[in-house]
Design a protein around this ligand. Structure first.
Ligand code: 9UX
Length: 72
């Protein structure tokens, strides 16, 4: 099942941070498409809920050295 969610990201300083997070999320199994908006500090992720969940995405962003939580 395809779903879309938006994460609130913290810790991004420059545009390359956004690219790093995008690449990392896009490499995560089950993520179809991740787009990071540096100005809004968000990541919009299209994913297959059978393969990955929000917790897994947050963990991935955390491993890359940034903070993430589900956007309110
Ligand atoms: Mo820019 Mo971000 O030099 O981890 S890549 S601050």
């Amino acid at each position: 099942q395809n779903k879309q969610t938006t994460l609130q990201i913290t810790g991004m300083t420059c545009a390359a941070c956004a690219t790093r997070i995008e690449k990392g999320l896009n490499k995560t199994p089950g993520v179809h498409k991740a787009t990071v908006n540096l100005a809004l500090e968000t990541a919009t992720v299209e994913y297959s809920e059978a393969e990955v969940n929000v917790e897994g995405m947050i963990l991935k962003v955390d491993k890359l050295g940034y903070g993430a939580k589900l956007k309110e």
